[in-house]
Design a protein around this ligand. Structure first.
Ligand SMILES: *Cc1c(COP(=O)(O)O)cnc(C)c1O
Length: 404
């Protein structure tokens, strides 16, 4: 695929194209099978072609796709109610993507203070290493120079502080601060879980200063960490939360959840979307929830996660010249590399396994939440083999030859 492409040149794509998938596996256009432990970046949480999702989509596709938010959408109300019943939230707004869920979260936080007579409180504190999307506001929130460069003035109103630094955070809060925005586990930033105590301290700080706490659970939510949402591990709740990626299992959708109080400024006419929450998306979203909320599902995720993490830890021990550590929660795991992470990702392509690079020189391991024990064993074998190949190429032997 080296001919000139009619597409924007914004992506550095691997030279692989997939034709179909089933469970944890993808088949490329040449018929080669790949173990998908990237999930299209934490999206395909129920694997590929999950029978319940396929059946739901087929049935809805023959019935009704889109009507817009000019009318009632019963499946939208139903999905919102189920999310409300399962979380801290009272209100839900559906979007088509993660960035749009964040845009809604940011707007909700600003409008909250506006509605309370404090329009001057519009600033939002974010954290180094954050990723919140690629719209103009969300690149400002993420604060990464490489995503901001060349796009004109940075959207006003975002103040960034170092990760896990309470003193810096307190110093950044002013009379203009509206909210604190944080991913409970940083994804793009390199699978960095925020210490649970820090999340609790954030809640206390927000309560103390009248700030809204916004969690970005676009990547770590929807069962990924073994709880429906990652913040549940800390035992605290946000005022507003952005969700996307796994919420549609591959169908593009997102959601912004909020308490009734936090959503007080989001009155008729102030926000909207044409596609968001349409019948086709909502049917799939409800089908995803059917599976994730099934009795015992999240417990199984936690069991698998433990096995995978232990396996990865022993691979790290065996290959200290390739890996520095394994980190993350549940099935949101990262291998911090000693060699450039791209080398490991490429070696895994050669071993027919898909992973995703992240910041801090990390390789992300994001299996479907439905991965079988056998899938996990195969993944561990392939990662071990890739590490052996990477060390051999670098002219070093693995630290010992212990078998997996
Ligand atoms: C992927 C991601 C986003 C952006 O989602 P898009 O659907 O790409 O707009 C926002 N926040 C986090 C934490 C993400 O991982």
């Amino acid at each position: 695929m080296n001919e000139p492409s009619p597409l924007f040149e914004t992506y550095a794509r691997a030279d692989i194209a997939f034709d179909r998938g089933e469970g944890s596996w993808l088949v490329d256009t040449r018929g080669e099978r790949y173990l998908d432990f990237g999930g299209g970046i934490a999206v395909s949480a129920l694997g590929h072609a999950h029978p319940h999702l396929v059946e739901t989509l087929r049935e809805q596709a023959g019935k009704l796709w889109h009507t817009s938010n000019l009318y009632e959408v019963p499946e939208q109300r139903r999905l919102a109610q189920r999310l409300v019943d399962a979380t801290f939230a009272d209100k839900v707004f559906f979007t088509n993507s993660g960035a749009e869920a964040l845009e809604c979260a940011i707007k909700t936080a600003r409008r909250y203070h506006y509605a309370g007579g404090h329009p001057e409180r519009f600033r939002i504190v974010t954290f180094e290493g954050a990723f919140h999307g690629r719209t103009l506001a969300t690149i400002a929130a993420g604060g990464q120079p490489k995503y901001l460069e060349g796009f004109g003035p940075k959207v006003e109103g975002f103040d960034q502080v170092p990760f896990n630094d309470m003193d810096a955070l307190e110093a950044a809060i002013t009379e203009e601060t509206a909210a604190i925005l944080i991913e409970p586990v940083q994804g793009e930033g390199g699978i960095r879980p925020v210490p649970l105590q820090f999340l609790r301290d954030l809640r206390a700080l927000c309560d103390d200063k009248g700030l809204l706490l916004i969690f970005d659970e676009v990547q770590c939510g929807m069962g990924r960490t073994g709880k429906l949402f990652a913040h549940e591990w800390a035992g605290v709740t946000p005022d507003i939360m952005a969700v996307a990626k796994a919420i549609g299992g591959g169908f593009p959708m997102g959601a912004c959840l909020a308490t009734e109080e936090a959503a007080r400024g989001m009155v008729p006419g102030v926000h909207g979307t044409t596609y968001g929450g349409n019948p086709l998306a909502m049917a799939v979203g409800n089908a995803v929830l059917d599976v994730v909320l099934e009795e015992g599902f999240l417990e199984t995720v936690r069991d698998k996660a433990l096995r995978l993490k232990q396996g990865l830890a022993s691979i790290v021990d065996r290959h200290p010249d390739v890996f520095a550590e394994v980190r993350g929660e549940g099935l949101m795991l990262g291998l911090k590399c000693v060699v450039p992470n791209g080398e490991v990702v490429n070696e895994l392509y050669a071993n027919h396994m898909l992973t995703v690079p992240a910041g801090e020189n990390v390789v992300r391991i994001l299996p479907p939440l439905t991965a079988s024990d056998e899938d996990i064993s195969i993944a561990l074998e392939r990662i071990d083999a890739a590490a052996t190949a990477v060390s051999a190429r670098r002219g070093k032997e693995p630290s010992d030859n212990e078998e997996l």
